[in-house]
Write a protein that binds this ligand. Structure first.
Ligand SMILES: Cc1ncc(COP(=O)(O)O)c(C=O)c1O
Length: 491
Protein backbone atom coordinates (compact mmCIF):
# COMPACT_ATOMS: atom_id res chain seq x y z
CA UNK A 1 0.00 0.00 0.00
CA UNK A 2 1.45 3.37 -1.01
CA UNK A 3 0.56 6.00 1.55
CA UNK A 4 2.59 8.86 0.17
CA UNK A 5 2.66 10.52 -3.21
CA UNK A 6 6.04 11.17 -4.81
CA UNK A 7 5.98 14.67 -3.33
CA UNK A 8 5.54 13.24 0.14
CA UNK A 9 1.89 14.23 0.53
CA UNK A 10 -0.26 11.84 2.48
CA UNK A 11 -2.74 10.40 -0.01
CA UNK A 12 -6.28 11.49 0.58
CA UNK A 13 -5.21 14.67 2.41
CA UNK A 14 -5.90 17.89 0.57
CA UNK A 15 -3.38 20.13 2.27
CA UNK A 16 0.31 19.67 1.64
CA UNK A 17 2.32 18.54 4.63
CA UNK A 18 6.06 18.57 4.82
CA UNK A 19 7.69 15.32 5.94
CA UNK A 20 11.19 15.53 4.44
CA UNK A 21 12.70 12.64 6.38
CA UNK A 22 9.77 10.37 5.60
CA UNK A 23 10.07 11.30 1.92
CA UNK A 24 13.69 10.18 1.97
CA UNK A 25 12.83 6.91 3.70
CA UNK A 26 9.99 6.23 1.26
CA UNK A 27 12.26 6.92 -1.71
CA UNK A 28 14.98 4.67 -0.27
CA UNK A 29 12.74 1.68 0.40
CA UNK A 30 10.96 2.04 -2.96
CA UNK A 31 14.29 1.56 -4.68
CA UNK A 32 14.53 -1.95 -3.33
CA UNK A 33 18.17 -1.34 -2.43
CA UNK A 34 20.74 -4.05 -1.85
CA UNK A 35 21.49 -3.59 1.83
CA UNK A 36 24.97 -4.38 3.04
CA UNK A 37 24.68 -1.85 5.86
CA UNK A 38 23.32 -2.04 9.38
CA UNK A 39 20.87 -2.97 10.77
CA UNK A 40 21.42 -6.69 10.31
CA UNK A 41 17.73 -7.45 9.67
CA UNK A 42 18.14 -5.83 6.20
CA UNK A 43 14.62 -4.49 5.99
CA UNK A 44 13.22 -7.44 7.97
CA UNK A 45 14.35 -10.09 5.48
CA UNK A 46 15.41 -13.43 6.85
CA UNK A 47 13.37 -13.16 10.06
CA UNK A 48 10.81 -15.86 10.86
CA UNK A 49 7.70 -14.53 9.11
CA UNK A 50 5.36 -14.80 12.08
CA UNK A 51 7.68 -12.86 14.35
CA UNK A 52 8.24 -10.15 11.77
CA UNK A 53 4.48 -9.84 11.24
CA UNK A 54 3.98 -9.65 15.00
CA UNK A 55 6.31 -6.64 15.27
CA UNK A 56 4.86 -4.90 12.22
CA UNK A 57 1.27 -5.35 13.32
CA UNK A 58 1.83 -4.14 16.85
CA UNK A 59 4.09 -1.13 16.45
CA UNK A 60 1.55 1.32 17.88
CA UNK A 61 -0.24 -1.13 20.13
CA UNK A 62 2.97 -2.04 21.94
CA UNK A 63 4.20 1.52 22.22
CA UNK A 64 3.49 1.88 25.93
CA UNK A 65 5.26 3.25 28.93
CA UNK A 66 5.68 2.04 32.53
CA UNK A 67 2.00 1.32 33.05
CA UNK A 68 1.13 -1.12 35.86
CA UNK A 69 2.20 -4.68 35.04
CA UNK A 70 4.67 -3.59 32.35
CA UNK A 71 7.74 -3.44 34.63
CA UNK A 72 10.22 -0.55 34.76
CA UNK A 73 13.51 -0.58 32.85
CA UNK A 74 15.20 1.63 35.46
CA UNK A 75 14.51 -0.91 38.26
CA UNK A 76 13.16 -4.06 36.66
CA UNK A 77 11.45 -6.72 38.75
CA UNK A 78 8.94 -8.29 36.34
CA UNK A 79 8.84 -9.01 32.60
CA UNK A 80 11.93 -6.94 31.75
CA UNK A 81 13.92 -8.65 34.49
CA UNK A 82 12.79 -12.06 33.23
CA UNK A 83 13.66 -11.19 29.60
CA UNK A 84 17.10 -9.98 30.70
CA UNK A 85 17.63 -13.24 32.63
CA UNK A 86 16.89 -15.29 29.51
CA UNK A 87 19.39 -13.14 27.65
CA UNK A 88 22.14 -13.68 30.23
CA UNK A 89 21.55 -17.45 30.06
CA UNK A 90 22.02 -17.35 26.28
CA UNK A 91 25.30 -15.42 26.49
CA UNK A 92 26.73 -16.99 29.65
CA UNK A 93 26.58 -13.83 31.73
CA UNK A 94 25.67 -13.45 35.40
CA UNK A 95 23.56 -10.41 34.58
CA UNK A 96 22.48 -8.68 31.37
CA UNK A 97 20.92 -5.27 30.72
CA UNK A 98 18.72 -4.32 27.75
CA UNK A 99 19.94 -1.02 26.27
CA UNK A 100 17.86 1.37 24.19
CA UNK A 101 20.63 3.87 23.53
CA UNK A 102 23.05 1.64 21.67
CA UNK A 103 26.33 0.11 22.73
CA UNK A 104 27.37 3.73 23.12
CA UNK A 105 25.51 3.89 26.45
CA UNK A 106 26.79 0.45 27.50
CA UNK A 107 30.42 1.34 26.83
CA UNK A 108 30.06 4.54 28.84
CA UNK A 109 28.26 2.77 31.69
CA UNK A 110 30.76 -0.07 32.07
CA UNK A 111 33.68 2.39 32.03
CA UNK A 112 31.87 4.58 34.54
CA UNK A 113 31.21 1.61 36.81
CA UNK A 114 34.81 0.39 36.65
CA UNK A 115 36.60 3.72 37.06
CA UNK A 116 36.81 6.49 39.59
CA UNK A 117 37.96 10.05 39.09
CA UNK A 118 41.65 9.89 38.18
CA UNK A 119 41.84 6.11 37.76
CA UNK A 120 43.84 4.73 34.87
CA UNK A 121 42.42 2.74 31.97
CA UNK A 122 44.48 1.12 29.19
CA UNK A 123 42.95 1.21 25.73
CA UNK A 124 43.96 1.25 22.07
CA UNK A 125 43.96 4.70 20.50
CA UNK A 126 41.49 3.60 17.83
CA UNK A 127 38.74 2.68 20.32
CA UNK A 128 35.21 3.89 19.51
CA UNK A 129 34.40 7.44 20.56
CA UNK A 130 31.96 6.19 23.21
CA UNK A 131 35.04 5.01 25.16
CA UNK A 132 36.40 8.55 25.19
CA UNK A 133 33.01 9.88 26.34
CA UNK A 134 32.94 7.25 29.11
CA UNK A 135 36.41 8.32 30.22
CA UNK A 136 35.39 11.99 30.21
CA UNK A 137 32.24 11.22 32.20
CA UNK A 138 34.22 9.22 34.78
CA UNK A 139 37.02 11.81 34.90
CA UNK A 140 39.49 8.95 34.33
CA UNK A 141 43.04 8.93 32.97
CA UNK A 142 43.48 7.10 29.65
CA UNK A 143 46.74 5.33 28.82
CA UNK A 144 46.61 4.91 25.05
CA UNK A 145 48.17 1.97 23.24
CA UNK A 146 49.34 2.59 19.71
CA UNK A 147 47.78 0.22 17.16
CA UNK A 148 49.85 -0.97 14.22
CA UNK A 149 48.80 0.45 10.86
CA UNK A 150 48.87 -1.63 7.68
CA UNK A 151 50.28 0.69 5.04
CA UNK A 152 48.89 -1.30 2.11
CA UNK A 153 45.34 -1.43 3.47
CA UNK A 154 45.55 2.01 5.08
CA UNK A 155 43.89 0.94 8.34
CA UNK A 156 44.85 0.22 11.93
CA UNK A 157 45.15 -3.51 12.53
CA UNK A 158 45.53 -3.74 16.29
CA UNK A 159 47.81 -3.66 19.31
CA UNK A 160 50.11 -6.73 19.50
CA UNK A 161 50.02 -8.78 22.71
CA UNK A 162 53.58 -7.78 23.65
CA UNK A 163 52.54 -4.12 23.67
CA UNK A 164 49.58 -4.94 25.94
CA UNK A 165 51.92 -6.80 28.31
CA UNK A 166 54.40 -3.92 28.33
CA UNK A 167 51.63 -1.43 29.08
CA UNK A 168 50.30 -3.63 31.88
CA UNK A 169 53.79 -3.91 33.42
CA UNK A 170 54.35 -0.15 33.16
CA UNK A 171 50.97 0.64 34.71
CA UNK A 172 50.45 -1.72 37.65
CA UNK A 173 48.08 0.88 39.12
CA UNK A 174 45.69 0.62 36.13
CA UNK A 175 42.12 -0.06 37.16
CA UNK A 176 40.82 -1.44 33.86
CA UNK A 177 41.68 -2.44 30.31
CA UNK A 178 39.31 -1.76 27.42
CA UNK A 179 39.42 -4.06 24.39
CA UNK A 180 37.44 -4.01 21.12
CA UNK A 181 36.46 -7.41 19.67
CA UNK A 182 36.12 -7.27 16.68
CA UNK A 183 36.96 -3.88 15.22
CA UNK A 184 34.94 -2.25 12.45
CA UNK A 185 37.18 -4.12 9.99
CA UNK A 186 36.43 -7.45 11.67
CA UNK A 187 39.89 -7.75 13.25
CA UNK A 188 39.93 -9.55 16.60
CA UNK A 189 42.66 -8.83 19.16
CA UNK A 190 44.29 -11.55 21.29
CA UNK A 191 41.46 -10.99 23.77
CA UNK A 192 41.83 -14.19 25.81
CA UNK A 193 45.54 -13.52 26.46
CA UNK A 194 44.97 -9.84 27.25
CA UNK A 195 42.19 -10.84 29.65
CA UNK A 196 44.38 -13.46 31.35
CA UNK A 197 47.26 -11.00 31.80
CA UNK A 198 44.96 -8.30 33.17
CA UNK A 199 42.96 -10.58 35.46
CA UNK A 200 46.22 -12.00 36.89
CA UNK A 201 47.08 -8.44 37.96
CA UNK A 202 43.61 -7.84 39.40
CA UNK A 203 42.71 -5.40 36.61
CA UNK A 204 39.12 -5.20 35.37
CA UNK A 205 38.57 -6.30 31.74
CA UNK A 206 35.92 -4.51 29.70
CA UNK A 207 35.15 -5.49 26.11
CA UNK A 208 33.44 -3.48 23.40
CA UNK A 209 31.86 -6.25 21.37
CA UNK A 210 29.43 -3.94 19.57
CA UNK A 211 30.24 -5.72 16.29
CA UNK A 212 30.28 -9.20 17.78
CA UNK A 213 26.80 -10.14 19.07
CA UNK A 214 26.79 -12.95 16.46
CA UNK A 215 30.10 -14.56 17.43
CA UNK A 216 28.70 -16.99 20.02
CA UNK A 217 26.46 -18.70 17.51
CA UNK A 218 29.04 -20.39 15.29
CA UNK A 219 32.31 -22.21 15.91
CA UNK A 220 33.38 -21.04 12.44
CA UNK A 221 33.68 -17.49 13.78
CA UNK A 222 36.24 -16.01 16.20
CA UNK A 223 35.38 -16.50 19.87
CA UNK A 224 33.22 -14.03 21.68
CA UNK A 225 35.18 -12.34 24.48
CA UNK A 226 32.36 -13.41 26.81
CA UNK A 227 34.02 -16.85 26.84
CA UNK A 228 37.17 -15.40 28.45
CA UNK A 229 38.05 -14.08 31.90
CA UNK A 230 36.42 -10.72 31.50
CA UNK A 231 34.13 -8.62 33.66
CA UNK A 232 31.73 -6.94 31.24
CA UNK A 233 31.01 -6.81 27.52
CA UNK A 234 28.67 -4.75 25.35
CA UNK A 235 27.05 -5.88 22.11
CA UNK A 236 24.86 -4.22 19.46
CA UNK A 237 22.53 -6.93 18.09
CA UNK A 238 21.26 -4.33 15.60
CA UNK A 239 24.56 -4.58 13.75
CA UNK A 240 24.88 -8.31 12.92
CA UNK A 241 21.66 -9.83 14.35
CA UNK A 242 18.12 -8.68 13.71
CA UNK A 243 17.03 -6.13 16.35
CA UNK A 244 16.04 -2.53 15.65
CA UNK A 245 18.59 0.26 15.41
CA UNK A 246 19.64 1.74 18.75
CA UNK A 247 19.16 -1.51 20.65
CA UNK A 248 22.05 -3.14 22.46
CA UNK A 249 22.80 -5.23 25.51
CA UNK A 250 25.40 -5.22 28.26
CA UNK A 251 26.58 -8.40 30.01
CA UNK A 252 28.37 -8.67 33.33
CA UNK A 253 30.03 -11.59 35.10
CA UNK A 254 32.04 -12.04 38.31
CA UNK A 255 31.75 -9.65 41.19
CA UNK A 256 34.22 -6.88 40.35
CA UNK A 257 31.66 -4.50 38.86
CA UNK A 258 28.83 -3.36 41.06
CA UNK A 259 25.46 -3.76 39.32
CA UNK A 260 24.06 -0.75 41.19
CA UNK A 261 26.80 1.46 39.81
CA UNK A 262 26.19 0.22 36.25
CA UNK A 263 22.47 0.78 36.66
CA UNK A 264 23.07 4.28 37.97
CA UNK A 265 25.24 5.17 34.94
CA UNK A 266 22.73 3.61 32.54
CA UNK A 267 19.96 5.67 34.13
CA UNK A 268 22.06 8.79 33.65
CA UNK A 269 22.49 8.00 29.95
CA UNK A 270 18.98 6.82 29.10
CA UNK A 271 15.59 8.43 28.70
CA UNK A 272 13.13 8.18 31.57
CA UNK A 273 10.74 6.83 28.92
CA UNK A 274 12.69 3.94 27.37
CA UNK A 275 10.99 2.49 24.31
CA UNK A 276 9.07 -0.75 24.85
CA UNK A 277 9.20 -1.27 21.09
CA UNK A 278 13.00 -1.37 21.23
CA UNK A 279 12.92 -3.64 24.28
CA UNK A 280 10.41 -5.93 22.53
CA UNK A 281 12.77 -6.07 19.57
CA UNK A 282 15.57 -7.17 21.90
CA UNK A 283 13.36 -9.82 23.50
CA UNK A 284 12.35 -11.15 20.07
CA UNK A 285 15.93 -11.13 18.80
CA UNK A 286 17.09 -13.13 21.81
CA UNK A 287 14.31 -15.67 21.22
CA UNK A 288 14.99 -15.88 17.46
CA UNK A 289 18.71 -16.35 18.00
CA UNK A 290 18.11 -19.03 20.61
CA UNK A 291 16.28 -21.01 17.94
CA UNK A 292 18.03 -20.11 14.67
CA UNK A 293 21.19 -18.24 15.72
CA UNK A 294 23.57 -20.74 14.12
CA UNK A 295 21.59 -20.81 10.88
CA UNK A 296 21.32 -17.01 10.76
CA UNK A 297 25.01 -16.43 11.38
CA UNK A 298 26.33 -19.21 9.14
CA UNK A 299 24.14 -18.07 6.25
CA UNK A 300 25.76 -14.62 6.41
CA UNK A 301 29.20 -16.19 6.74
CA UNK A 302 28.70 -18.54 3.80
CA UNK A 303 27.46 -15.71 1.57
CA UNK A 304 30.47 -13.63 2.58
CA UNK A 305 32.90 -16.49 1.87
CA UNK A 306 31.40 -17.02 -1.60
CA UNK A 307 31.51 -13.31 -2.30
CA UNK A 308 35.13 -13.08 -1.10
CA UNK A 309 36.25 -15.88 -3.41
CA UNK A 310 34.47 -14.41 -6.44
CA UNK A 311 35.68 -10.87 -5.78
CA UNK A 312 39.27 -12.08 -5.52
CA UNK A 313 38.99 -14.21 -8.66
CA UNK A 314 36.84 -12.08 -10.92
CA UNK A 315 37.36 -8.41 -10.04
CA UNK A 316 40.47 -6.23 -9.81
CA UNK A 317 39.90 -5.76 -6.07
CA UNK A 318 41.30 -7.51 -3.01
CA UNK A 319 38.83 -8.76 -0.44
CA UNK A 320 40.75 -9.44 2.77
CA UNK A 321 40.45 -12.82 4.46
CA UNK A 322 41.98 -15.19 6.98
CA UNK A 323 45.52 -14.52 5.66
CA UNK A 324 45.49 -11.41 7.86
CA UNK A 325 45.54 -13.56 10.99
CA UNK A 326 48.75 -12.97 12.89
CA UNK A 327 49.50 -9.60 11.26
CA UNK A 328 49.97 -6.51 13.49
CA UNK A 329 47.83 -7.38 16.53
CA UNK A 330 45.21 -9.42 14.61
CA UNK A 331 44.63 -12.76 16.28
CA UNK A 332 41.54 -13.68 14.25
CA UNK A 333 39.24 -12.22 11.58
CA UNK A 334 35.44 -12.11 11.46
CA UNK A 335 34.85 -13.26 7.90
CA UNK A 336 31.14 -12.47 7.86
CA UNK A 337 31.98 -8.95 6.75
CA UNK A 338 33.70 -7.97 3.54
CA UNK A 339 36.54 -5.51 3.64
CA UNK A 340 37.39 -4.80 0.02
CA UNK A 341 40.62 -2.99 -0.68
CA UNK A 342 40.20 -0.88 -3.81
CA UNK A 343 43.26 1.38 -3.58
CA UNK A 344 45.41 -1.48 -4.93
CA UNK A 345 43.34 -1.23 -8.14
CA UNK A 346 43.73 2.57 -8.27
CA UNK A 347 40.40 3.68 -6.75
CA UNK A 348 39.43 5.36 -3.51
CA UNK A 349 36.88 3.64 -1.32
CA UNK A 350 34.81 6.86 -1.37
CA UNK A 351 34.49 6.66 -5.17
CA UNK A 352 33.54 2.98 -5.35
CA UNK A 353 30.96 3.38 -2.56
CA UNK A 354 29.34 6.30 -4.38
CA UNK A 355 29.18 4.55 -7.76
CA UNK A 356 27.78 1.34 -6.26
CA UNK A 357 25.09 3.38 -4.52
CA UNK A 358 24.15 5.74 -7.32
CA UNK A 359 24.42 3.39 -10.32
CA UNK A 360 23.69 -0.05 -8.89
CA UNK A 361 21.51 0.68 -5.80
CA UNK A 362 24.04 -1.26 -3.73
CA UNK A 363 24.53 0.26 -0.26
CA UNK A 364 27.82 -0.51 1.48
CA UNK A 365 28.18 -0.13 5.25
CA UNK A 366 31.05 2.30 5.04
CA UNK A 367 33.98 3.45 2.94
CA UNK A 368 37.37 4.93 3.76
CA UNK A 369 40.12 6.18 1.50
CA UNK A 370 41.38 2.69 0.57
CA UNK A 371 38.51 0.28 1.31
CA UNK A 372 34.78 -0.36 1.18
CA UNK A 373 33.00 -2.45 3.83
CA UNK A 374 29.94 -4.71 3.51
CA UNK A 375 28.12 -6.51 6.33
CA UNK A 376 26.49 -9.85 5.55
CA UNK A 377 23.93 -11.46 7.84
CA UNK A 378 21.13 -14.01 7.67
CA UNK A 379 19.04 -11.16 6.23
CA UNK A 380 21.10 -11.07 3.00
CA UNK A 381 20.57 -13.32 0.00
CA UNK A 382 22.58 -14.93 -2.76
CA UNK A 383 21.05 -12.40 -5.15
CA UNK A 384 22.63 -9.56 -3.07
CA UNK A 385 26.05 -11.16 -3.50
CA UNK A 386 25.57 -11.78 -7.23
CA UNK A 387 24.62 -8.11 -7.74
CA UNK A 388 27.66 -6.92 -5.80
CA UNK A 389 30.12 -9.13 -7.69
CA UNK A 390 28.57 -8.24 -11.03
CA UNK A 391 28.84 -4.49 -10.24
CA UNK A 392 32.45 -4.79 -9.04
CA UNK A 393 33.42 -6.57 -12.26
CA UNK A 394 32.53 -3.39 -14.16
CA UNK A 395 35.49 -1.47 -12.73
CA UNK A 396 38.67 -1.97 -14.75
CA UNK A 397 41.97 -2.06 -12.85
CA UNK A 398 43.74 1.28 -13.09
CA UNK A 399 47.43 1.49 -13.85
CA UNK A 400 48.53 3.26 -10.71
CA UNK A 401 47.87 1.98 -7.21
CA UNK A 402 46.89 4.70 -4.76
CA UNK A 403 49.59 5.44 -2.21
CA UNK A 404 48.62 5.26 1.46
CA UNK A 405 48.46 8.52 3.35
CA UNK A 406 51.39 8.95 5.75
CA UNK A 407 50.20 9.44 9.30
CA UNK A 408 52.27 10.39 12.37
CA UNK A 409 51.47 7.64 14.81
CA UNK A 410 53.51 8.65 17.85
CA UNK A 411 51.44 9.29 20.95
CA UNK A 412 51.24 13.11 21.29
CA UNK A 413 52.14 15.17 24.35
CA UNK A 414 49.28 15.29 26.84
CA UNK A 415 48.77 18.56 28.73
CA UNK A 416 45.45 17.84 30.45
CA UNK A 417 43.15 14.91 31.21
CA UNK A 418 40.36 14.55 28.62
CA UNK A 419 37.68 15.65 31.10
CA UNK A 420 39.58 18.83 32.04
CA UNK A 421 40.04 19.77 28.37
CA UNK A 422 36.47 18.87 27.49
CA UNK A 423 34.96 21.01 30.25
CA UNK A 424 37.38 23.97 29.84
CA UNK A 425 36.27 27.09 27.94
CA UNK A 426 37.24 26.83 24.29
CA UNK A 427 37.78 28.91 21.20
CA UNK A 428 37.95 28.21 17.50
CA UNK A 429 41.23 28.90 15.72
CA UNK A 430 42.40 28.31 12.17
CA UNK A 431 44.06 24.92 11.93
CA UNK A 432 47.29 26.44 10.58
CA UNK A 433 47.46 28.79 13.61
CA UNK A 434 46.88 26.07 16.19
CA UNK A 435 50.48 24.88 16.82
CA UNK A 436 51.13 24.26 20.56
CA UNK A 437 47.44 24.65 21.47
CA UNK A 438 45.49 22.01 23.46
CA UNK A 439 42.61 20.38 21.57
CA UNK A 440 39.17 20.20 23.13
CA UNK A 441 37.62 17.68 20.72
CA UNK A 442 39.27 14.59 19.31
CA UNK A 443 40.73 15.12 15.84
CA UNK A 444 40.13 11.94 13.87
CA UNK A 445 41.32 11.84 10.27
CA UNK A 446 39.70 9.36 7.88
CA UNK A 447 41.77 7.46 6.79
CA UNK A 448 42.78 5.72 8.93
CA UNK A 449 40.07 6.55 11.52
CA UNK A 450 42.55 6.49 14.40
CA UNK A 451 42.46 9.66 16.51
CA UNK A 452 45.44 11.85 15.74
CA UNK A 453 44.78 13.94 18.84
CA UNK A 454 42.55 13.35 21.83
CA UNK A 455 41.12 16.13 24.06
CA UNK A 456 43.91 17.47 26.27
CA UNK A 457 46.71 16.74 23.76
CA UNK A 458 48.95 19.35 22.12
CA UNK A 459 48.80 20.09 18.38
CA UNK A 460 52.18 20.03 16.67
CA UNK A 461 53.18 21.15 13.18
CA UNK A 462 53.40 17.52 12.00
CA UNK A 463 49.75 16.92 12.99
CA UNK A 464 48.56 19.91 10.98
CA UNK A 465 50.60 18.78 7.97
CA UNK A 466 49.11 15.27 8.21
CA UNK A 467 45.54 16.60 8.35
CA UNK A 468 46.11 18.90 5.37
CA UNK A 469 47.58 16.04 3.38
CA UNK A 470 44.67 13.72 4.16
CA UNK A 471 42.20 16.44 3.19
CA UNK A 472 44.08 17.12 -0.05
CA UNK A 473 43.65 13.45 -0.98
CA UNK A 474 39.89 13.45 -0.51
CA UNK A 475 39.85 12.33 3.12
CA UNK A 476 38.40 14.37 5.97
CA UNK A 477 39.09 15.04 9.61
CA UNK A 478 36.41 14.79 12.29
CA UNK A 479 36.84 17.75 14.67
CA UNK A 480 37.82 20.24 11.94
CA UNK A 481 35.05 22.46 10.59
CA UNK A 482 35.65 24.86 7.69
CA UNK A 483 39.37 24.79 8.46
CA UNK A 484 38.89 25.64 12.18
CA UNK A 485 39.71 23.55 15.25
CA UNK A 486 38.37 24.02 18.79
CA UNK A 487 41.13 24.46 21.37
CA UNK A 488 41.25 25.20 25.09
CA UNK A 489 41.12 28.97 25.65
CA UNK A 490 44.42 30.43 26.86
CA UNK A 491 44.68 32.14 30.24
C1 LIG B 1 33.55 -0.43 17.92
C2 LIG B 1 32.23 0.22 18.23
N1 LIG B 1 31.83 0.34 19.52
C3 LIG B 1 30.67 0.92 19.85
C4 LIG B 1 29.83 1.43 18.88
C5 LIG B 1 28.54 2.07 19.30
O1 LIG B 1 27.47 1.24 18.96
P1 LIG B 1 25.97 1.78 18.86
O2 LIG B 1 25.84 2.33 17.48
O3 LIG B 1 25.12 0.57 19.06
O4 LIG B 1 25.79 2.81 19.90
C6 LIG B 1 30.21 1.35 17.53
C7 LIG B 1 29.35 1.92 16.49
O5 LIG B 1 29.46 1.67 15.32
C8 LIG B 1 31.44 0.76 17.19
O6 LIG B 1 31.87 0.69 15.92
Amino acid sequence: MVLYSKKGNIKGMKEKISIPLVQKLVAYSRKDPVRFHMPGHKGGKGLPRRLKALMEKNLFRWDVTEIPGMDNWHSPEGAIEKAQRLLSQLYGADHSFFLVNGSTSGVMAMLGAALERGSKVLLPRDSHKSALMGIILAGAKPVYLKPEVDLELGVATGVPLDEWKKALDLNPDAKAVFVTNPTYQGFCPPASEIAREAEARGIIVLVDEAHGAHLVFSKKLPSSAGKFEIDAWVQSPHKMLCSLTQTAWLHVKGGKLKLDKIRSYLSLLTSTSPSYILMASLDITRAVMEKIGKQWVEKGLELAERARKMINEKTPFYCVGRELKGRGGISDVDLSRLMINVSSAGYTGFFIEKVLRSKFKIYAEYADYSNVYFLLTGGNTWSDVAKLVSALKRFPARKNKLKPVIFPCDIPVCAMDPAEAYFSPGEKVKLEDAVDRIVKDALIPYPPGVPLLYPGEIIEKQHIEAILEIQSKGGYCQGIKNGFVTVVKNG
